[in-house]
Design a protein around this ligand. Structure first.
Ligand code: 1CP
Length: 343
């Protein structure tokens, strides 16, 4: 194998031996080893302890043989530095005790300071040292997806208050997006300085916007983020769910890799966007819950259509469901490596 990993090479469109694979949410409650730790510590306690961050982050590499680790943290973590109070509640997700809804709320936000979340960067340094040649992916939430929690106060299905702010108080919405964009750039820049070999920006809920609203109210901020990160010279992955209608716009951000959910055929995305962008995805996560045969059959369709494409990374179309069997994921990784060979 050449010096750089097959994951990084696929991000850059360079030749490699077989299809690289990792899974969003590969560290989590489907793992007995994670559940054992969670019986002693809360999610936030884990995410604030550098040695535990390292241990949780590297386990999927050891247990599944994936080609990259992803920092164990949550998209909410850096918001503490801005003065946003949140908790992560079991079976709910992030809950914000002081939602941001007015211009005055935004004006009270503090600028992001890396030292407030020093444990993230120390966790990354320990992880990179432990992993050696296997890359660790740093990440952040994207401004819209972060706003969807911070404005609503918790998980939402409609994003009603967030959209309302975007339409009825566009200057307020834009100020919030600018504040989060500055945070994302500073936070991710420090992650690369601490050993992240690639970055993924999770805009999980961006598919809720129309193309027009995305172009007008979000795209300029995403372009600022990707342009600011480009000099770091690491692969930049941009992911969202239900984004088929937004992909041509998302490709204009400057992202080098686009994460695609299971609804859209990757060959159709390739035909639509051309060959300059790496595509990452996109097995329906429920296939993993349905068992190895269902997962293999879906993986077969994805891999057969993409394995000769040097810009392809296998992943699920969203996170690993907590009902997944670890053995199915392990078999899936082995299957993709064996059947994804380029030659
Ligand atoms: O008690 C627990 O263990 C809580 C479950 C959990 C975990 C394991 C949460 C709460 N966050 C995490 C870790 C996490 N979150 C990781 C690292 C693990 C890995 O990928 O290996 C990452 C990358 C995230 C990012 C994240 N958090 C996203 C973007 C990814 C995605 O799934 O779309 C989002 C939307 C969140 C919010 C969040 N945090 C936790 C939950 C359950 C949710 C989703 C809530 C909702 O449905 O809106």
């Amino acid at each position: 194998m050449t010096s750089e990993s097959r994951f990084i090479r696929a991000c850059r469109g360079q030749a490699h031996d077989t299809v690289p694979v990792w899974f969003m949410r590969q560290a989590g409650r489907y793992q007995p080893s994670y559940r054992a730790l969670r019986s002693r510590y809360s999610m936030l306690e884990l995410a604030r302890a550098p040695e535990l961050i390292r241990d949780v982050t590297i386990r999927p590499v050891e247990e599944l043989g994936v080609d990259a680790a992803i920092l164990f943290s949550d998209i909410m973590i850096p918001l503490a530095s801005l003065g946003i109070d949140f908790d992560i509640q079991e079976n709910v997700g992030p809950v914000v005790s002081n939602p941001i809804r007015t211009r005055a709320d935004i004006d009270r936000l503090r600028p992001f300071r890396a030292e407030d979340v020093a444990y993230v960067f120390e966790g990354l340094r320990l992880t990179a040292a432990a992993l050696g040649a296997t890359p660790v992916i740093g990440f952040s939430g994207a401004p819209f997806t972060l706003a969807s929690y911070v404005v609503e106060g918790g998980p939402s299905r409609t994003y009603r208050r967030t959209k309302q702010m975007m339409w009825t108080e566009p200057d307020t919405f834009s100020a919030l997006m600018r504040s989060f964009s500055a945070m994302v750039v500073a936070y991710l820049t420090e992650q690369v300085a601490s050993g992240a070999a690639a970055l993924q920006i999770f805009d999980s809920w961006i598919g809720a916007l129309s193309m027009e609203d995305y172009s007008r109210s979000v795209l300029p901020h995403m372009r600022f983020i990707f342009e600011s990160l480009a000099p770091l010279n690491v692969p930049l992955i941009y992911f969202g769910v239900g984004t088929q209608h937004l992909l041509p716009e998302m490709a204009r951000t400057g992202a080098t890799v686009l994460g695609i959910d299971w609804r859209t055929r990757l060959t159709d995305v390739r035909a639509m966007l051309g060959s300059d962008v790496t595509l990452q995805g996109n097995l329906d996560p429920e296939r993993v819950v349905a068992g190895f045969e269902a997962a293999r059959a879906g993986a077969q369709e994805v891999v057969a259509s993409m394995r000769h494409d040097p810009r392809f990374i296998f992943n699920l179309g969203h996170g690993v469901p907590k009902e997944s069997e670890p053995a199915v994921l392990k078999q899936l990784v082995d299957w993709v490596h064996e059947h994804g060979r380029m030659a």
